[in-house]
Design a protein around this ligand. Structure first.
Ligand code: HEM
Length: 253
């Protein structure tokens, strides 16, 4: 495939001090549940983690209610039963729809390494930007494409089919993006929020992408906290070692 168009959306969790926005994670969960879950799964995510403080932080009773939306296969019963918080989300319902648990870390929006990697430190690798750009990336197909080419043209998706008419003499793509087997899943107003939060296509796309960043890296907030504590500790230690060194050598120098 050729290049894809990835929009550099801003997310609250970017940068060394970034944190998840819990309201956004809850909105993203709603988008996932009402739209994406019809085809995709989150098989690596335990439902109980929806109650984690570093995640959507749902109260325990809401987590229990939420679990009831799904059915899981119980080995002991040898039958399906209502899911409980200890169960994982189901696998993808549609065979060719990939599991989304780790998708935000399996895709990159920005490519590198360039320079010192400062961009990656400040903005991440662009996984959530890629997913949001995929949601907003269904635009009119380029003029080179025949009308009956199979699938939906998406300017962010690069792994799909490209008609021969849109390739150069060496077989390389002349266009951005490619054709994808997923119909546009979102549009303005597809999901509504109880608090009336904005729900145009771009907002819904960013919310579900933030939620999928959390599923892919549920301990991000704890990790950044530990990193910051470590840097502070080492800074204090460096000062103390410097002063100790000065004092030890003072009589000799
Ligand atoms: C692929 C996200 C809803 C069917 C994908 C991919 C992502 C994604 C990130 C992978 C793209 C890649 O490989 O780079 C979402 C989100 C949804 C959603 C966030 C909800 C807002 C749906 C729905 C369906 C569906 C409702 C079925 C009706 C598929 C299929 C693919 C796919 C078949 C594979 C496409 C291909 O490889 O050509 N989706 N999806 N998705 N999705 Fe969805």
């Amino acid at each position: 495939g050729g290049a894809g168009h990835v929009e550099d959306y801003d997310f609250s969790f970017e940068g060394p001090f970034g944190t998840f926005d819990q309201n956004q994670l809850q909105r993203g969960l709603k988008v996932y549940t009402e739209v994406c879950a019809a085809c995709h799964g989150l098989k690596f995510v335990p439902i109980r983690t929806l109650g984690d403080a570093g995640g959507p932080d749902l109260p325990a009773d809401q987590v229990r209610e939420y679990a009831k939306l799904y059915e899981v296969y119980d080995e002991e019963l040898e039958d399906f039963r209502e899911a409980k918080p200890v169960d994982h989300f189901p696998e993808s319902a549609l065979e060719n729809a990939p599991d989304l648990s780790l998708m935000a870390k399996a895709r990159a929006g920005f490519h590198g390494p360039y320079g010192l990697g400062i961009n990656q430190l400040m903005k991440g690798m662009g996984g959530p930007e890629y997913i949001a750009s995929l949601m907003t990336g269904y635009v009119d197909p380029p003029a080179c494409a025949p009308d009956d080419f199979d699938g939906y043209y998406n300017r962010a998706f690069t792994a799909g089919g490209i008609p021969a008419e849109c390739k150069d003499e060496n077989g390389y793509s002349k266009i951005e993006g490619s054709w994808i087997g997923m119909a546009p899943p979102l549009d303005d107003g597809y999901v509504e929020f109880d608090d009336g939060h904005e729900n145009d296509l771009e907002n819904l796309s960013k919310d579900v992408s933030a939620f999928l960043m959390w599923t892919a890296e549920p301990k991000m907030m704890a990790r950044k906290q530990a990193g910051l504590t470590g840097v502070l500790f080492l800074t204090v230690l460096a000062v103390l070692l410097y002063l100790a060194n000065k004092r030890l050598w003072a009589p000799i120098k």
